[in-house]
Design a binder for this molecule. Structure first.
Ligand code: GLU
Length: 302
């Protein structure tokens, strides 16, 4: 049974970039006659905006994207992530890390490009387990990191093509934060596995994360879904639309009198699904939709 999902974070209103990803994930499930699951990823609580959850569900429904299951809300599902974490811990895939962000920056060998993720220098891998246990017992703050040995896996993306992470680009990564909250990488895998998602469609900015997630699937003994990372929409300056940058929200467009069909028509055109930008209902695009049609599409300026 085909099962896909959309997994928004309730950190603001939905903009055209989010809508484009949601549309593609929905079309792919509907074209396969499958089940569309809605999952709200709200574990990063400082970024959660009150009211954003209801607003984003309203925006998606207005656009014509309906779902069959959910919304599941990650903050209600901690036992699922705790169980996955315990499996990783039992099997020796994780170790406690006492480093602060500042320690990690300071230990990084090369000067960092601002915004680039620092590859963790593995400082705490070398901590003797008895010393680590004593530090935990005395209450030292600690995250848990996944041990990445060797070159992390590449994969064939349905839309982005072959992706092989550059050697050395993926260090030991956090699966449980120091406040005990599961990190995105763990929660997303535990959920996609528990919800039996067979195809993950999401935005291209998460392409590199997928190699980390494949390591977690393997460590949990689960078969990964297929992945399709859809092109991003960029602002006029070439920077990706985000909730903080150029992201014209669906709510603003709706208030300005733009119809849902007009937005779907524009997105379908930007995604290369249609030659024209003419208004169209989402449902009308589902028949014959094929993810592979997005293969040649690059990030687009809106
Ligand atoms: N919650 C993530 C986001 O809003 C998406 C995660 C995913 O689709 O795997 O960017």
């Amino acid at each position: 049974m085909a099962r896909g999902r959309y997994a928004p974070s309730p950190t603001g209103r939905i903009h055209l970039g989010n809508a484009s990803t949601a549309l593609v994930s929905w079309l792919s499930v509907r074209a396969r006659g499958g089940t569309y699951v809605m999952r709200i990823e709200d574990l990063d609580s400082p970024r959660v905006v009150p009211g954003a959850l209801d607003a984003l569900l309203g925006d998606l429904a207005w656009l014509g994207l309906d779902w069959d299951e959910g919304p599941y809300v990650q903050s209600d599902r901690r036992p699922v992530y705790d169980a996955a974490f315990e499996t990783l811990r039992r099997e020796g895939h994780v170790y406690p890390c006492f480093c602060s962000r500042r320690d990690i920056q300071a230990a990084a060998s090369a000067p960092q490009v601002p915004g680039d993720e620092v590859v963790y220098p593995e400082t705490c891998r070398a901590v003797d387990p008895a010393v680590a246990a004593a530090r935990i017992a005395r209450g030292d703050a600690h995250a848990f990191r996944f041990r990445v040995d060797g070159d992390p896996p590449g994969f064939d993306d349905r839309v982005a093509g072959r992706f092989d992470p550059p050697p050395g680009s993926i260090g030991d990564f956090v699966v449980r934060r120091a406040d005990g909250v599961p990190a995105y990488q763990l929660a997303v895998v535990a959920d996609d596995a528990a919800m039996e998602i067979d195809e993950v469609v999401r935005a291209r900015d998460l392409l590199a994360s997928t190699s980390r997630q494949l390591l977690i699937y393997d460590a949990l003994g689960r078969v990964p879904p297929s992945f399709a990372h859809v092109p991003l929409l960029l602002g006029p300056d070439g920077v990706r639309l985000s909730k903080r940058h150029h992201g014209v929200t669906l709510a603003e467009l709706r208030e300005a009198g733009v119809s849902a069909e007009a937005i779907v028509g524009r997105l379908a055109h930007l995604l290369g699904l249609r030659k024209t930008e003419a208004p169209v209902e989402a449902r009308a695009l589902a028949d014959g939709f094929d993810l592979d049609a997005l293969g040649g599409v690059t990030d687009r300026i809106v």
